[in-house]
Ligand binder design. Structure first.
Ligand SMILES: Nc1nc2c(ncn2[C@@H]2O[C@H](COP(=O)(O)OP(=O)(O)O)[C@@H](O)[C@H]2O)c(=O)[nH]1
Ligand SMILES: [Mg+2]
Length: 217
């Protein structure tokens, strides 16, 4: 999909850096499930992909993705964030930047690196030193009032994903007002409703990522 810039003949092909996209949100909202659904959708469109996960003291999410058969396991890197999950994506993202640089060095031509945060509260945000663009994932089962709480994550992200829409009838949440409120508090910035397990909304999320970071729209 991406074209290399040739300088002085093919011996010195310079590839542009990969686009870096953050995926944050509370523990269990479906960040890894979203990545599992996005990988085949983005690969189908010819995007050269890699993933960095952040866990507290384990490598659970990275191991899950490596076992999934969806992506070359070597293209999944794990950062162990320690006690402060948001620190490594915001205050001091050095470990994540290094993980992204390492993937770019090992896979020349990689176009897009997804960074999954360790799972935090509604206050977690990404540093723009680390990512070009970021998604925040909340889920319907966490309560229909989450958008109204105006947390920095749901407010400041480039794209808000409201996941687990299939659970709305079981947890007493009315989806339409929840989505309307999310759009309203975000000043009409993008909100996409998904079911990461069945694939509802995944095409739209892939469209948004590609439009924002690979086509520079
Ligand atoms: N019903 C339903 N379950 C989901 C959905 N997305 C994720 N899950 C489940 O929610 C749990 C947490 O998902 P996970 O991706 O690990 O969340 P993370 O901690 O944000 O990475 C898992 O059991 C998933 O199978 C969804 O859209 N609908
Ligand atoms: Mg996860």
């Amino acid at each position: 999909m991406r074209h290399a810039i040739e300088q002085n003949g093919p011996a010195s092909v310079v590839l542009p850096p990969a686009a870096r996209v953050g995926i944050g949100g509370p523990v269990g909202s479906g960040k890894t499930a979203l990545i599992e659904a996005l990988i085949p959708e983005l690969q189908r469109r010819g995007v050269d992909l890699a993933v960095v996960t952040n866990d507290l003291v384990t490598r659970e999410d990275a191991e899950r993705l490596r076992r999934s058969g969806l992506i070359d396991p070597a293209r999944v890197s794990a950062v162990e964030a320690g006690a402060c999950r948001h620190t490594v994506i915001r205050e001091d993202p050095t470990l994540n930047i290094a993980a992204g640089d390492d993937l770019e060095a090992r896979f020349p031509g990689v176009e897009l690196i997804l960074f999954e945060s360790g799972g935090d509260n509604l206050a977690s945000t990404f540093s723009l030193d680390l990512v070009d663009w970021w998604i925040f994932v909340i889920d319907v089962a966490g309560g229909g009032d989450i958008p109204r709480k105006r947390g920095p994550g749901p407010m400041r992200c480039d794209l808000l994903v409201v996941n687990k829409i299939d659970l709305a009838p079981y947890v007493g949440v009315e989806l339409a007002p929840m989505l309307a409120e999310a759009i309203q508090v975000r000043g009409n910035r993008p909100v996409i409703a998904t079911n990461a397990r069945s694939g509802v909304g995944i095409r739209e999320v892939a469209d948004a990522i590609l439009a924002a970071v690979l086509f520079g729209v």
